[in-house]
Design a protein around this ligand. Structure first.
Ligand code: GUN
Length: 279
């Protein structure tokens, strides 16, 4: 039987509408500052989409663009200014940063109360301790997709493929907080296929086109594909060989139209959470 397709576009649209309605009821417009350093083409697209979504939700959004030649000191000075600005509730510095700027130093400089990416060590620690405040947007979006699809992590064997700070690690922490039995697999894992086959919930976040094959998927499993990989022909594919996996899985997210739209919706939600906690 073909898998049920989890429609991330629809779930994200509903969440964005809910965030916009909650923002409209506030006596102020939540403020989001997005910082882009340099001209990375993919980052430019992401930042433009974030700005557009924030404006559409009624937020006060500003995008600050620094040249690729900007120094770490200039970027830290900008962050210090945004930390002090009472109208700014959320600060997001788009990654990756140009060579010569230490991303960890930049992340540590952001006020944890305004860290809508959830990357600051204080927010990472809060999540690890099971008391999350601002959590990374993509894994948060995955949890919301599972919820919308009626898939309960409690007691389930969940496998997270990938251990990045942006997705894999916080994803595993969120699944654990939701009472799943969590395994993190990565490039050094022995027999990845066998690990994947044991999973009832399989989250692929490695950034390798169509790496997860159909016979890596347990019949009836839920497959969440976080990957966005550009093919030589200019198309987009995930980390999962979609057609093969969809023939075996119980539920699956497409690429595009799965996890991708959730990330921005959850960024708006995080900004609202940050605003509510500050004001
Ligand atoms: N680059 C790729 N994903 C992300 C993200 O979630 N946040 C930021 N700041 N940069 C990214």
């Amino acid at each position: 039987m073909a898998a049920r397709v989890i429609d991330g576009k629809a779930v994200a649209a509903a969440l964005r509408a809910e965030v916009a309605a909650r923002a409209a009821a506030l006596p102020y417009a939540p403020g989001l500052a997005v910082v882009l350093v340099g001209e990375d083409p993919a980052s430019q697209v992401y930042v433009r989409n974030k700005e557009r979504a924030a404006k559409a939700a009624g937020f006060a959004s500003e995008t600050i663009r620094l040249p690729a030649s900007a120094s770490q000191a200039e970027l830290l000075a900008l962050i210090a200014r945004l930390n002090r600005d009472p109208a700014v509730d959320g600060i997001l510095v788009q990654l990756p940063l140009p060579a010569g700027i230490d991303p960890q130093a930049v992340i540590r400089a952001i006020d944890p109360a305004k860290d809508v990416d959830g990357f600051h060590p204080d927010n990472v620690a809060a999540l690890a301790l099971g008391t999350p405040f601002l959590v990374p947007c993509t894994p948060r979006g995955v949890m919301r997709l599972l919820d919308a699809a009626g898939i309960a992590p409690r007691g389930a064997r969940a496998l997270v493929l990938g251990r990045s700070n942006i997705v894999g690690r916080p994803m595993a922490a969120l699944l654990l907080a939701a009472d799943a039995t969590v395994t993190i697999a990565h490039s050094r894992t022995r027999d990845l296929a066998a690990e994947c086959r044991r999973a009832e919930i399989l989250i692929a976040a490695v950034g390798r086109a169509e790496m997860v094959k159909g016979d890596w998927v347990s019949p009836g499993a839920t497959v969440i594909d976080v990957g966005i990989n550009r093919t030589a022909a200019g198309g987009l594919v995930g980390d999962v060989a979609y057609a093969e996996a969809a023939a075996v899985a119980g539920a699956i997210t497409p690429v595009p139209g799965g996890v991708g739209p959730m990330t921005i919706a959850c960024l708006l939600e995080n900004t609202l959470i940050a605003a509510a906690a500050r004001r």
